[in-house]
Design a protein around this ligand. Sequence first.
Ligand SMILES: Nc1ncnc2c1ncn2[C@@H]1O[C@H](COP(=O)(O)OP(=O)(O)O)[C@@H](O)[C@H]1O
Ligand SMILES: O=P(O)(O)OC[C@H]1O[C@](O)(COP(=O)(O)O)[C@@H](O)[C@@H]1O
Length: 307
Amino acid sequence: MIYTVTLNPSIDYVVYMDNEVKTGAVNRIQKDRKFPGGKGINVSRILSQLNIENKALGFIGGFTGKFIEDALKKENIITEFVQVEEDTRINVKVKSSNETEINGLGPHISQEKANELLNILSNLSREDVVILSGSKSKGLSEKFYQEIIEKLKQTETEFVIDTTGKELKDALFSKPLLIKPNNHELEELFDVKLKTEEDMKIYGKKLVEAGAQHVIISMAEKGAMLFTEKGVYHGKAPKGNLKNSVGSGDSMVAGFTGMLKQTGNSLEAFKYGIASGSATAFEEDLATKDKIEGLLSQIKIKVLEEN
Ligand SMILES: Nc1ncnc2c1ncn2[C@@H]1O[C@H](COP(=O)(O)OP(=O)(O)O)[C@@H](O)[C@H]1O
Ligand SMILES: O=P(O)(O)OC[C@H]1O[C@](O)(COP(=O)(O)O)[C@@H](O)[C@@H]1O
């Protein structure tokens, strides 16, 4: 089974504006929508679209948490959240000619609640995969992802980690099944400017050498590059009308991991990853199965290098 972990879920409150936001003035929106959000929860929603069995874990609280649990229940997603006292956060996504995100802080998590989640994760097995993604809420130790990874090692449970900076670097040694920095995150990770495909190849390969089993460098409308021990590949993104870039990365992680687990074929999984990311970019909410599979035939994978 695939488990997703969302340490800091959110209601994604999306407001659509006719005009640009004017600071220091009253702004009126054209329409709004509320979605259950947070990176791991987005991954669970796409996995469920693809009929891949999964369970959403993490911390949830208050009336906002209830909204998320109810929304996931409607989509038949199994959850086992640790309940906390403070409300789950609300992240505001303002859509005008561009997208502005104002993400909340989230509730405080006590050591006792953190241990509850670690206990759930200590009961998994080598048939399972855990997907760790998104920011941490207050109270959790700086090394909380590392603590989770150490727990998973005891049962040889595979993991995917979609985070940035030191947390990501520290996880490489434990051989994650997948990491998926975007091109900007890759630049930050190595403190470099990456202009060409050749530049990306150098740093993508370094991540495989450091321990990642699969590395996807996503590049929004320019598609993505996949790095494995066997080779380096590029997949073009299909063309379409960008409606929403929130959740594209999570959809890609879900499509790739879900199909890799089902088929064992990393190139087939890569295609699904791109299709899932792009299908979400072309929808207001996350993608549906039909929209994802409708894009598959447009995605061609180019071999850049193979051993
Ligand atoms: N404007 C777009 N057009 C087509 N596909 C897109 C677009 N934006 C994102 N995608 C798809 O989603 C994937 C992940 O998007 P990206 O923005 O790179 O990730 P993140 O959300 O993590 O920054 C891309 O590799 C691509 O397949
Ligand atoms: O666009 P992405 O990277 O796929 O992630 C989108 C999700 O991440 C969030 O922006 C939260 O991100 P953080 O956990 O990093 O604060 C959610 O509001 C949203 O559902």
